[in-house]
Design a protein around this ligand. Structure first.
Ligand code: SAH
Length: 239
């Protein structure tokens, strides 16, 4: 709790001083609070995750008609009936993979590219796959415009993962499959972590942490209830 207060104070300085190119977004302060509530009790929030949120201008990832809401800690519509996630959930998912600078991460569901941009500040390389070609193209262009060079976006079905780039140190799935896709578990490196909202389309899903042990054993931990857009696609063999 003491640590959280210190973190919020730090954000306060950023708003008034505009220090280090940080983004002054109230959503970030709310995300910091929401995130601290959602991670396991007693577990410290990760200052690097908060730093990454502060530096990614969410307003750039939101369609023009929703820009006035970009600073709110809520999910917002993007094209094709999809959404950009709530900053609190982006913080929680980023925290759960325990990002480190050497890591190679797979994201399933590029959407606007916001989660990928946050990850890109914390890890070496992000591979992000998006099933809607237009969203993939727009996100790639947006990331390039923002000078983010360590994210590779491609159009594809995330049920199959990204076999050529596997194994991944971590996988972040930002659309909800009814169960954990096996191809993704297979593409997780030993010691790797995957975070995925598992559950029915249009319902409440369980944000689940999947940890692959060094011996290849897999452990699932449910973190919190969430609501994501469904993971579509899925080849019979890949499911
Ligand atoms: N991470 C995004 C939020 C994405 S919303 C952001 O930060 O903005 C979920 C996205 O997953 C949507 O863009 C949707 O088109 C995509 N999606 C759904 N099913 C998919 C699949 N099988 N493979 C890849 N992407 C998928």
């Amino acid at each position: 709790m003491k640590r959280l207060a210190v973190t919020l104070l730090g954000l306060g300085f950023a708003w008034t001083g505009g220090e280090g190119g940080a983004v002054a977004e109230p959503a970030v302060a709310q995300a910091v609070q929401g995130y601290a509530r959602l991670i396991a009790p007693g577990e410290a929030d990760d200052p690097r995750v908060i730093e990454a949120l502060r530096h990614v201008p969410r307003v750039e990832f939101v369609p023009p008609e929703w820009r006035h809401r970009a600073h709110a800690d809520t999910a917002l519509p993007i094209a094709h009936g999809q959404t950009i996630s709530q900053p609190t959930i982006v913080a929680v998912m980023t925290h759960l993979i325990a990002p480190q600078p050497h890591m190679k991460v797979l994201e399933v569901g590029t959407g606007s590219g916001y989660q990928a941009a946050v990850l890109a500040r914390l890890v070496r390389k992000v591979h992000s796959v998006e099933i809607e070609p237009e969203l993939a193209t727009e996100a790639a262009q947006r990331l390039e415009r923002l000078g983010i060079t360590n994210v590779e976006v491609r159009t594809g079905d995330g049920w199959a993962g990204w076999p050529e780039a596997a194994p991944f140190d971590a996988i972040v799935v930002t659309a909800a499959p009814p169960r954990v896709p096996e191809a993704l578990v297979a593409q997780l490196a030993p010691g790797g972590r995957m975070v995925v909202p598992v559950g029915p389309a249009g319902g409440i899903q369980q944000l689940t942490l999947v940890e692959k042990g060094r011996d290849g054993g897999v452990r699932h931990t449910v973190v919190t209830d969430v609501r994501f857009v469904p993971m579509t696609g899925g080849r019979p063999a890949g499911r």
